[in-house]
Ligand binder design. Structure first.
Ligand SMILES: NC(=O)c1ncn([C@@H]2O[C@H](COP(=O)(O)O)[C@@H](O)[C@H]2O)c1NC=O
Length: 538
């Protein structure tokens, strides 16, 4: 079968929510002799630009109705999009029903993803932003791309306009590519809708089964995850691995993927992992707080009256490991912090913070040796994103869980020992507990004066983590408090901690041998708090 010649573009149907670049593109079409048809808002926009445009409602003989739910869903529209120009029977049907051919469709959809990204959005508002007529036109045109050109993104206007200016039509190659883009965009759009409706909470939707229950505990049978390609990364965890960055279509503007990079080299895969961990711990520390990360674990973290003090204390947690670290900060980076980092002997790979003051930016981008490379990311407000689902790939599947991001409530904790923590020890335990949940299990942290002084991370045995934390803290272990992300299976860790000079302990409790662990604390006169909540991090 020989390919049909590219049809001259004579008639275009424009219906867009994002009206950027529209008038300029449409005026090129008008100059090329193309007749324009439009829906309400789009027509108004074109008329305001002084362009001649026909009303789709006048062409179909039906007004827009039901709050815009029905505008273009009409055989005179879809017939004009789906009709094969080389099929005499199709053309005869078109003639019989007064259907005109549309050679170009310019459609972009109701902003569903932007709508559901708004924190206060209701399910009703989200549902009204599900575009039906737009995707229908896009799919009709894309199916019939042998004859019809479909634009779904203002970025495509220039390439289409160039071809129309030179030949009055578009090439089959461009039409095929635009059709692929069109089907991709409607697939992504549907995935966003599916994802939203599947996970929208029972309270928000008010929807339950007749018996009041939610089928399958509210877990949908099928889930689509809507991801947008943001960037191709230089490589993955290692140079021989390919890597890419994707963004959830409904990601918050204050998320790491949307952070503004103010300085530095391009971000690597490992940088992004470390920055993610840095942001998470910064979010859960009291303000002003700083976390210093290496390989996704904090080697330092601190809070103080000023950010300048906090960074000094956080860096001092483990200055050897802090060299080449990634930092997370929960307030704007100021000049005092920048001056501290610019000191000789210090080096950081990247910093994520709500923002950077102009003075801090000036110092970090002019003073240190590594000024050109340091990646500075402004993420905006660092409020925790409660209740978000976390996905993780395993062999042949995905794990899904809600994030471990709710703050703990110390009023629910219990002192289980004869000795009670002093007020100062209680405050220190709260700090240690907040930091501990961000350390890979088995996690042990030692803290003093609201700063980590020793961390034992990712060990297969808890007592090994205790010993590493003690070794790291060195002399500072004396008078420090200890937090453990999960229960102690034996009393050996307690004896080691007491011998080293730890003065109070916090842990979830729940071991078969809790009695022995409590007895060991009592023997050493150590206060111990049970939180009742575990914070494993695998
Ligand atoms: N209902 C319909 O028949 C329909 N036809 C086109 N739309 C959408 O309406 C929007 C444009 O509307 P307006 O021209 O009124 O600003 C576009 O995003 C388009 O995708 C529709 N809206 C929703 O389904």
């Amino acid at each position: 079968m020989s390919a049909s010649p590219s049809p001259k573009i004579q008639r275009a149907l424009l219906s867009v929510s994002d009206k950027s670049g529209l008038a300029q593109f449409a005026s090129i079409l008008v100059d090329a002799g193309v007749e324009l048809f439009s829906t309400g808002g789009t027509r108004k926009n074109l008329e305001e630009a002084g362009l001649p445009v026909r009303d789709v409602a006048e062409y179909t003989g039906f007004p827009e109705m039901m709050d815009g739910r029905v505008k273009t869903l009409h055989p005179r529209v879809h017939g004009g999009l789906l009709c094969r120009r080389d099929n005499p029977a199709h053309m005869a049907s078109a003639a019989e029903h007064g259907i005109e051919m549309f050679d170009l469709v310019v459609v972009n959809l109701y902003p569903f993803e932007e709508t559901i990204a708004r924190e206060e959005v209701t399910v009703e508002e989200a549902i009204e932003q599900i575009d039906i007529g737009g995707p229908s036109m896009v799919r009709s045109a894309a199916k019939n791309h042998e004859f019809v050109t479909v634009a779904t993104d203002p970025e495509q206007y220039e390439a289409i306009a160039e071809q129309i200016k030179t030949s009055g039509s578009t090439t089959p190659k461009l039409r095929r590519q635009l059709a692929v883009d069109a089907f991709t965009s409607t697939a992504m759009y549907d995935a966003a809708i599916t994802g939203y409706l599947s996970f929208v909470s029972e309270e928000a939707s008010g929807e339950t089964d007749d018996d009041g229950s939610q089928e399958n505990d509210g877990v949908p049978e099928e889930v689509s995850i809507d991801l947008l390609h943001v960037d191709s990364l230089r490589y993955g965890e290692n140079p021989h691995q390919e890597a890419f960055l994707f963004e959830f279509a409904n990601a918050s503007p204050n998320s790491l993927v949307n952070a503004e990079q103010l300085n530095g080299k391009e971000l690597s895969y490992n940088n992004l992992l470390d920055l993610d961990a840095a942001l998470a711990i910064a979010r859960s520390l009291p303000s002003p707080g700083v976390a210093v990360l290496k390989h996704s674990n904090p080697c330092g973290a601190a809070t103080a009256d000023t950010l300048g003090e906090a960074i000094e204390k956080a860096w001092a947690g483990d200055p050897v490991s802090a060299f080449g670290s990634v930092l997370g900060v929960n307030v704007p980076v100021d000049a005092a912090m920048a001056e501290c980092l610019a000191e000789p002997g210090k080096f950081v790979e990247a910093i994520v913070a709500p923002e950077f003051t102009p003075e801090a930016l000036e110092i970090l981008t002019t003073k240190p040796k590594w000024k050109a490379n340091v990646r500075l990311l402004a993420v905006g407000e660092v409020a925790p994103g409660h209740g978000q689902y976390q996905w993780r790939q395993i062999d042949g599947g995905m794990l899904c869980q809600t994030g471990d991001d709710l703050a703990d409530d110390p009023t629910e904790w219990n002192v289980v020992t004869e000795a009670k923590p002093s007020d100062a020890q209680q405050a220190e335990l709260e700090f240690a507990w907040a930091a501990c949940r961000h350390v890979k299990s088995n996690a042990i942290v030692l803290s003093a004066d609201r700063a980590l002084v020793g961390v034992g991370a990712g060990q297969m045995s808890r007592v090994d983590s205790v010993e590493i934390a003690i070794r790291k803290a060195d002399e500072r272990v004396k008078g420090s408090v200890l937090a453990s992300d999960a229960f102690f299976p034996f009393d050996d860790s307690i004896h080691a901690a007491a011998k080293a000079g730890v003065v109070a302990i916090i842990q979830p409790g729940g071991s078969r041998r809790d009695d022995e662990v409590i007895a060991a604390c009592n023997k050493h006169g150590l206060p111990m708090v049970f939180t009742g909540k575990r914070h494993f991090r695998h």
